[in-house]
Structure formats: structure tokens, C-alpha cells
Design a protein around this ligand. Structure first.
Ligand SMILES: *Cc1c(COP(=O)(O)O)cnc(C)c1O
Ligand code: SF4
Length: 336
């Protein structure tokens, strides 16, 4: 049996991020063993409940040993509860997402266009709509970049381009450089926003090449991270944040409210404090997308509102995230 810290040591610090990506744990039994929970193997659903386990070893190393309720473990471990069919939780988002990504670009909100730059992620989060949508690996094939950028070029009302996915930083840096060349002759785009979980789950991604690319961009830059719990931060994540800020990016964070993981005021307040210590401001706290297999994570709206109210009483206003839900067809995220 190997422990989480031993597992983390298998890759020396400074390893190439692509190597670390490939070395992610994908076998739930190996994950349980490394977390000191081998005895729970008989509670695993068959076939990972239809959504492969994937967790980088550095993220695994931040889990507490021997704790079946560890908030990082629960974000990635396949559970029997995922097999429950719960009314209102569907795979409908699938068709929706398929249509969206075929287009490559989503222009729902004024002034902002969102580009599905990549379907890949370094980690598979059990609550994510991605569990029902097997994206191709490279959504931003050269042709698709071009098509998406044509749309942006043709609409002068778009001042902000958002790279999303999947995780856009799963693209190799030369691919990102290709994008910035495509943006160079679109003067109405003044901001680039990147929605990514990689600096948190695989901070080695923020390497020299990425920082150089970002720093050289003649645009305002916003990086929206995704962390749900203070324990997701360690010295490597702090360093990744420091480097992103050094490249001129404003750092924000979005979280998903998850039952059993971050649904208490102490945890949410600690997350906000930890984010700020890393130079990141809380932005959104999302109510869960109602995707099949994620019902056990849901927190009802009344509880969610009470939680945020409690956090508001404890923290300065700038450390209180906006509680929102994504509702199809609306002109913005819907505040609760
Ligand atoms: C969430 C989202 C955005 C960004 O919304 P903000 O409120 O500006 O963070 C933009 N486009 C689409 C399609 C989105 O889903
Ligand atoms: S898109 Fe974000 S939430 Fe979904 S699996 Fe990837 S990193 Fe996790």
C-alpha cells in the first residue's frame, strides 16, 4: 500500500505538467488505498458509475489520510449514490452541451462570448455536467478556432472573450499562442477571461511558457479559478496564483455548493479567507446543475441562502461570493 504523500512523491516537483497529467490516478481502488481507505473498496459502484475517475496525484496528496468524508476525496470518488435515479436530475444537459460545443462559441450574455476551447480536464469532478458529455479531446482544432473567432470578429459588441471547456488550460501553450494571434486583429476584444481548475488541481500547469504567453497578451486578463474547499490550496497552488498575478491577471474563484463538502458557514468562510490569502477574490457560488448522478450533492435553496447570509455576517463584503444558478435562456446567471 502507498500513502497519499508517497503517491505525491512519485513525481518530483518541477515535473512537466503533461507527465503529471498522464500519471493521474484513474483506478478507484488505488485512490482508496492511497487515502488509507482500502477497506471501502466494496462500496465502489461498478464501472465508476459511468464516469471515469481521474485525480492528479498532487491533489490526492492534499486529502486527509483515513477520512472517508474528506472534502477533496468526496469530489472525485465514485459513489453508489450516483446510481440513484432522482426526479429532476437528468442527462438533458447533454444534448444541450453537444449543440453548444459543435458551435464552439456560446454568445448568451451581452458583451461576452464564451469559447469551448477544450473538452479535457485534469480531474473529473463527480458533480459536473461533463459526466454525461464525452467531449472530444481537442475541441479547438484549427478550423474551429477560426470559426469561433470569425463570430467574435463580426460582432463589435463583444469586448470580452471567455475561454472555457472542459479546461482551456489543458491546451498546449502553442495552441493558446495560436489563439492570441487570431485575436490580434480584433480590436473590440479588450479582455480575455480564462475559466480553469488547473492552477488548483495541477498547479504545475502554470509553467514559464504559460506565464510568458499570458504576460505578453495586450489585453486585460482575468483568470477564474475553481476551488470548493480551503484544503485544495497548498504551497504549489499559492505559487501558481502568484505567477498568474505576476503575469497581470486578476484572479477570481467560482465554487459549487456541495452537500457534505462545503455546505457549512465555517467551511465557506475558511475558503474565502484562504482564497484571499492566495490573492484570489471569491466570485460565484453556484447552485448545482441538476445532472443525473449528482443529486446527493444538492443543497436546497433555503439552506444555501441561509449559509451565505451567515457568511455575510462574518466576512467583509468582498469575501462573500454571489450565490447564483444557471438558468437556460436568461440574460445572466440568476442570483438567488
Ligand atoms: C457564465 C457564462 C458567462 C459569464 O458570465 P459572467 O456573469 O460574466 O461571469 C458568459 N457566457 C456564458 C455562455 C456563460 O455560461
Ligand atoms: S469542467 Fe470543471 S467541474 Fe467539470 S470536471 Fe472539469 S474541472 Fe471539474
Amino acid at each position: 500500500m502507498i500513502t497519499a504523500s508517497q503517491a505525491a512523491r512519485l513525481s518530483p516537483p518541477g515535473s512537466d505538467w503533461r507527465t503529471l497529467w498522464r500519471e493521474a490516478v484513474t483506478d478507484p481502488r488505488e485512490l482508496l488505498e492511497a487515502a488509507g481507505l482500502a477497506h471501502l473498496a466494496d462500496q465502489l459502484p461498478a464501472d465508476d458509475a459511468g464516469f471515469a475517475l481521474r485525480v492528479p496525484r498532487g491533489f490526492l496528496a492534499r486529502m486527509r489520510q483515513g477520512d472517508p468524508n474528506d472534502p477533496l476525496l468526496l469530489q472525485v470518488l465514485p459513489q453508489l449514490a450516483e446510481l440513484d435515479q432522482v426526479e429532476g436530475f437528468s442527462t438533458d444537459a447533454v444534448g444541450d452541451m453537444a449543440a453548444r460545443s459543435a458551435q464552439g462559441v456560446l454568445h448568451k450574455y451581452q458583451g461576452r462570448a464564451l469559447l469551448i476551447a477544450s473538452g479535457s480536464c485534469a480531474i473529473n469532478c463527480r458533480y459536473c455536467f461533463r459526466r454525461h458529455f464525452p467531449y472530444g479531446d481537442e475541441m479547438a482544432a484549427a478550423g474551429q478556432w477560426r470559426k469561433a473567432l470569425e463570430h467574435v470578429r463580426a460582432d463589435a459588441s463583444i469586448s470580452e472573450l471567455i475561454l472555457s471547456g472542459g479546461d482551456p488550460l489543458s491546451l498546449a501553450t502553442p495552441k493558446l499562442e495560436e489563439l492570441s494571434r487570431g485575436l490580434a486583429d480584433i480590436p473590440h476584444v479588450t479582455r480575455l477571461r480564462i475559466h480553469t481548475r488547473l492552477p488548483v488541481v495541477l498547479p504545475e500547469r502554470v509553467d514559464d511558457a504559460l506565464v510568458d504567453w499570458l504576460a505578453a497578451l495586450p489585453l486585460q486578463k482575468v483568470v477564474v479559478l475553481h476551488a470548493n474547499h480551503a484544503n485544495e490550496f497548498d504551497a504549489n497552488v499559492d505559487e501558481a496564483c502568484r505567477r498568474l498575478r505576476g503575469a497581470g491577471a486578476t484572479l477570481l474563484n467560482q465554487s459549487v455548493l456541495l452537500r457534505g463538502i462545503n455546505d457549512d458557514a465555517d467551511t465557506l468562510a475558511a475558503l474565502s479567507e484562504r482564497l484571499f490569502a492566495a490573492g484570489v477574490l471569491p466570485y460565484y457560488l453556484h447552485q448545482l446543475d441538476r445532472v443525473q448522478g449528482a443529486a446527493h450533492f444538492e443543497v436546497d435553496d433555503a439552506c444555501a441562502l441561509a449559509l451565505v447570509e451567515d457568511v455575510r455576517h462574518r466576512l467583509p463584503g468582498y469575501l462573500v461570493p454571489r450565490l447564483v444558478r444557471e438558468v437556460g435562456g436568461e440574460a445572466s446567471k440568476r442570483p438567488l
